[in-house]
Design a protein around this ligand. Sequence first.
Ligand code: MN
Length: 252
Amino acid sequence: MTPVLRNDAPPLVDLHCHVDLFPDPASIVLSLENRRVHTVAVTTAPSVFEHTKRLALGSRYLRAAVGLHPELVGSHGRELPRLLRALEDTRFVGEVGLDYSSGTKDVRSAQLRIFQEILTHCATYRNRVVTVHSRRAASDAIAAVGNGFPGRVVLHWFSGTKRELERALSYGLHFSINPAMISFASGRALAQAMPRERVLTESDGPFVRIGTRPAGPLDVARVVDWLASLWGTTPAEAARVIEANFDRLLAT
Ligand code: MN
């Protein structure tokens, strides 16, 4: 039997990983180079973007994204101008969006105002790739993006309804699927309703866990394996579909 060389495997894609929140980000970056995992390193506040930007210097696989997590709008909302300036430096934006799982009406309206302002600024560049959080806020998040957004929007760990999914598809949005999502019947049902040309993979590490350890970018292989069985194809072919989808995000 001929051993399969690791480097023959098609590259993987992790569209949403909090690389800066791992204890040793440099070792994560090294693992991406070795396995070839195109990774978007999201950040949760504009003040930590510079650090992640430095991590991505000289890496062929890591892209730094500037973000402002909706749950940090209260503590870091005043950093919004910094995010808007950083849009000059990167095509990747996230983690941004809405989270209605807790918080008052005032907090939600502040989240929505900030998210809308970020989207408005991204739209002027026409090619920004935005990874969006929408927990319990799918309808508002999709409506804020709107139909025909000039750029690319990827709904990360989508957990809305089928109807919301249909609307997001009709607006041209994409989805990134992580290992936690496919461990629940609800997440699997949503993934089954997504056309394969709109699907990307993500780890959402270190928040998503595999057993007792945090998920890392290489764990997107688990999602690829699952998608391969869903699509009735091989893991290598599923990985090529995801890579082509990623290439198209960047082709705008
Ligand atoms: Mn995240």
